[in-house]
Design a protein around this ligand. Structure first.
Ligand SMILES: *[C@@H]1O[C@H](CO)[C@@H](O)[C@H](O)[C@H]1NC(C)=O
Ligand SMILES: *[C@@H]1O[C@H](CO)[C@@H](O)[C@H](O)[C@H]1NC(C)=O
Ligand SMILES: *[C@@H]1O[C@H](CO)[C@@H](O)[C@H](O)[C@H]1NC(C)=O
Length: 411
């Protein structure tokens, strides 16, 4: 539903307002049966002109050639979607959406394919390089199909593409670097495939708003510029990333609302910079091998709702300042080596916050580790480097005057 709205919105953005006004019927958007969609008609120009003239032939006819090439690379179509992919009028194809800037002064304007949405079509096959002629598409949604292979290099010509969703397919091979050349891409979703190898650093310099790489086989260290990303959501969960969370994480960008690093092989401390993501709502680093004490800066995450640190090797006393965060909904530290918590954390139960501290080393509490496991704290000698600063980088008003000063920059 949201997707449909978004598509309509993006198409609306493409079509200048005059088009909507000059054409008699106004803007008509009709999306066919659920699951495919029969096409989007804006201005109604395409259907009504049986002999499109001039340049409109060229754009739609090259689209025809490309889509037919793709059709022949699709080997299974259990829902019969491609049965509609016949004839030269590609705008009637299920899952293909056209826009018609008919009526705009710009004489170069002509109908074009503006998006492809074949989510949940269960198609089996590969992508073909010919699709790169669809240089006007802003959306390519292929979620939940059985496409395999890689993303063709020619896709760098998809210069209008804003949303690429290849999630839940059988794509494999290295990170599709061709996506880095798409100048207008804002949404990159390649989760639930079998991509492998390293993730290029440049990904996190790119002006993306959402980066979903979870549930692949990516490995190696997290790029040092991870925190540069202007994205609001980064999901790297369920891969094989190793090494430390970059120490400068948090110093570059403050826009991140959700970061999911769970179920990788990360080690070392949770860096102090985490606290600088003042808009963070979800921070999940569960199921790694992180060690050491929690940085007090976590107490600066004033919007945090879900803080999941479970299944690591973290230790120390849970800071009261963290437990006093007002937006917390779920705070999970289960299966670590924490040795205690005090007043503010006990209050979480009354505040109706989900607080799971099972299987730690907290004396006098139920469901803790057996004593012998707590005699040697992993990484006990690990000193999580603190940011040298005149005042401790701590938020909240609990401890009197320990007011945060996030404006003071790290050396
Ligand atoms: C926290 O993480 C663990 C391990 O990944 C998971 O099983 C649990 O559901 C998570 N809890 C919350 C509240 O996110
Ligand atoms: C918090 O945890 C509970 C129990 O694990 C879960 O049902 C709920 O969906 C979680 N809430 C959020 C916002 O993750
Ligand atoms: C924070 O630090 C800046 C620069 O170091 C300083 O000018 C400002 O007064 C400080 N604010 C507080 C609340 O301490």
């Amino acid at each position: 539903m949201g997707k449909t709205w978004l598509l309509a919105f993006i198409l609306w953005q493409i079509i200048p307002t005059e088009a909507a006004i000059t054409v008699g019927g106004g803007v008509g958007i009709s999306i066919g049966n659920s699951g495919g969609g029969g096409g989007v008609w804006i201005g109604g120009g395409i259907n009504n002109s049986p002999t499109p003239s001039g340049p409109s032939v060229s754009k739609l006819s090259s689209a025809y050639t490309a889509l037919q090439a793709w059709k022949s690379a699709i080997t299974d179509d259990p829902m019969g979607i491609l049965k509609t992919w016949v004839g030269s009028d590609v705008c009637t194809y299920k899952g293909v959406f056209c826009a018609d800037p008919h009526g705009v002064m710009d004489s170069a304007s002509e109908p074009f394919v503006a998006g492809i949405d074949l989510n949940h079509a269960n198609l089996q096959g590969t992508l073909v390089g010919e699709l790169s002629v669809l240089s006007d598409i802003s959306i390519l949604h292929l979620n939940s199909n059985r496409f395999s292979g890689t993303v063709p290099d020619t896709f760098r010509d998809l210069s209008s593409l804003q949303e690429l969703d290849l999630s839940n397919n059988h794509f494999s091979g290295p990170f599709p670097t061709v996506t880095l050349y798409m100048p207008n891409l804002v949404y990159l979703d390649i989760r639930f495939n079998t991509f492998s190898g390293l993730v290029p650093e440049y990904l996190f310099n790119k002006r993306l708003d959402a980066i979903f790489l979870n549930n692949n086989q990516f490995e190696g260290e997290l790029p040092q510029n991870l925190g540069n990303s202007p994205a609001s959501v980064i999901n790297l969960a369920n891969n094989k990333f190793s090494g430390n969370i970059p120490a400068n994480f948090g110093f570059m960008s403050f826009k991140l609302k959700e970061i999911l690093l769970l179920n990788n092989q990360l080690t070392g401390c949770i860096p102090e910079g985490v606290g600088l993501f003042s808009e963070m709502q979800v921070f999940d680093v569960s199921r790694n091998s992180l060690m050491g004490h929690l940085p007090d800066t976590i107490s600066c995450l004033s919007d945090i709702e879900v803080l999941n640190l479970s299944y690591n090797k973290l230790s120390g006393v849970l800071p009261d300042l963290v437990c006093s965060l007002r937006s917390l909904v779920n705070f999970t530290v289960a299966y670590n080596f924490f040795s205690g918590f005090s007043q503010e954390c006990s209050k979480l139960f009354f505040r109706n916050v989900g607080f799971d501290f099972s299987l730690n080393c907290i004396p006098g509490r139920d469901l803790q580790r057996p004593k012998p496991e707590c005699s040697v704290i992993p990484g006990g000698g690990l000193s999580c480097l603190r940011i040298p600063s005149p005042q401790p980088l701590v938020c909240g008003a609990l401890l009197g005057n320990l007011e945060v000063n996030l404006t003071s920059s790290p050396p």
